[in-house]
Design a protein around this ligand. Structure first.
Ligand code: HEM
Length: 145
């Protein structure tokens, strides 16, 4: 009898749990709109985080150049889009994103020349441009993530 109750509760858990997590997933995506630009930003973000950690290390330049290629491609695609929160500032946004992309090209050249110190400085500038760009064109998060 005990075993039957145990089995029954296990079955109940198996049936209800996936449903609960699916509902949670839905709530999350409804909370935060996904945009084409956001998708490019997410890809850029992963590559930039890793790049910052290893940019000073010349032994990792081959991998760093792959990360830079991702950031370059994603920022190039981002120059053609419109920020969801400030669509009226499309031109200003696109000009800033073009500047950003040009800086990424400079960083690439520095790395190719083995100038890691210079590359690290440009990465700092990119971080500052990110902060500025988000302040100007990205909707502030209601709850800090
Ligand atoms: C290394 C540089 C950057 C990184 C790593 C980065 C990363 C991100 C991330 C993670 C998001 C959230 C994406 C999502 O909602 O899923 C985002 C959104 C956004 N970022 Fe960036 N960003 C960078 C530079 C910039 C710059 C330079 C600008 C503006 C000139 C900019 C403008 C925006 C805008 C407008 C959004 C909101 C998305 C939308 O409007 O659809 N970002 N960024």
């Amino acid at each position: 009898m005990k075993i039957r109750i145990l089995l029954l509760s296990l079955i109940c858990a198996a049936v209800t749990l996936p449903g609960a997590s699916a509902a949670e997933g839905k709530a999350k995506s409804a909370d935060k709109e996904e945009t084409e630009l956001g998708g490019h930003m997410d890809k850029m973000s992963g590559a930039f985080r890793k790049l910052k950690r290893q940019i000073a290390d010349a032994t990792k330049n081959e991998d760093s150049l792959k990360l830079v290629a991702t950031i370059k491609a994603e920022s190039a695609a981002s120059t053609k889009l419109t920020p969801a929160w400030k669509p009226e500032q499309k031109e200003k946004y696109q000009a800033k994103m073009k500047d950003f992309n040009a800086k990424v090209a400079k960083l690439e050249m520095a790395l190719k020349a083995g100038k890691n110190d210079e590359a690290a400085k440009i990465a700092d500038e990119l971080g500052a441009a990110q902060k500025e760009g988000h302040k100007e064109f990205k909707k502030p998060d209601e709850k800090k993530k």
